[in-house]
Write a protein that binds this ligand. Structure first.
Ligand code: BTN
Length: 252
């Protein structure tokens, strides 16, 4: 690894995967990308105590001070590239379930893969795919979850587990619980087929007036549906439907 500090290994009960913990990284996405290119095994996880160059979607910065959970999981599904977009939905659904079941929080998903509690953002996700011909070579999912931050460190529209629960929580336990759910989901082909339907049960986006910002333009309209590929369908003011594959979504 091109990082100067050696990682420690996080042992997660009942899991044989390798979880590398670094006190500090530029971005877990960069380290995971290197690891994926060095043929690390399916399920390997890179965790950082903090990130100096944390990345958000569409070139945004992801502020990554100590206290949060910042990680990238490296997956090697034996699937064609067109299945790639499902994995962000699987990860956001599994993380929402983790927050619901483990902490009794009403976690909701905002298209494409943000997690909100009480309309405040608690987690964001980013994925990176490496192709092997027309197959997925690796698929890295990076997740930033606000865990033990104090609210003052967060943006006004954000929240954290400690702010909601009034106590600190173990990042290792959350990671372990999330990864168990993710493994179970990924091993169930029926559930994988139903991911968009399952995700829709938790979403706060559909039916809302939204502004969608992509690399090329801005769309305004009502979010009407999410199709089988995960694209958002919005109804614009002139009544036309637009299908948007990727972008940032703002609820109005
Ligand atoms: C977003 O909501 O814009 C996506 C945020 C993704 C942040 C995570 S933190 C772990 C991983 N490493 C990064 O640099 N980004 C992702």
């Amino acid at each position: 690894m091109s990082t100067s500090i050696e990682p420690s290994l996080w042992e997660l009960p009942g899991q044989s995967r390798k979880v590398y913990f670094f006190n500090e990284l530029v971005s877990t996405m960069d380290t995971a990308f290197e690891m994926a290119n060095r043929n690390c095994t399916h399920g390997t996880v890179i965790v950082a105590g903090r990130q100096t160059g944390g990345r958000g979607r569409l070139t945004r910065v992801w502020h990554s001070e100590a206290g949060g959970l910042y990680f990238t999981v490296i997956l090697r599904p034996d699937l064609p590239l067109e299945y790639s977009s499902r994995f962000g939905f699987v990860a956001s659904y599994c993380l929402a379930q983790t927050l619901r079941r483990d902490f009794s929080l009403r976690a909701m998903v905002k298209w494409p893969n943000d997690l909100l509690v009480n309309d405040h953002k608690i987690a964001g996700m980013l994925s990176q795919v490496g192709a092997d011909g027309d197959q997925i070579g690796f698929l890295n999912i990076g997740i930033g979850l606000n865990v033990n931050h104090t609210p003052i460190e967060l943006a006004p529209q954000a929240t954290s587990l400690s702010a909601l629960l009034n106590r600190n929580v173990s990042r290792k336990e959350i990671l372990s619980s999330f990864l168990k759910r993710l493994d179970k989901y990924l091993s169930d082909s029926g559930a994988m087929e139903r991911i968009i339907e399952n995700w829709k049960r938790y979403t706060v986006t559909l039916g809302r007036e939204v502004k969608i910002v992509t690399n090329k333009r801005v769309y305004n309209g009502i979010a009407r549906d999410v199709d089988a590929s995960g694209a958002l369908i919005i109804e614009c003011k002139n009544g036309t439907l637009q299908t948007i594959l990727y972008g940032d979504c703002f609820h109005r």
